[in-house]
Design a protein. Sequence first.
Length: 51
Amino acid sequence: MARRALASTRLWAERLAAQAPGAELTVLPGADHYPMLSGPAAFEAFLRALL
């Protein structure tokens, strides 16, 4: 069930990113719905790259 939900969530994220001009989709490996908790180092690196 969790894999199916994750695949569905990613599909929707990809569709939204494709429709938003200038949008980029970033997938953090191993992160779940709360990436700041499940993958804090990757989340921090992502945020720092934006700044």
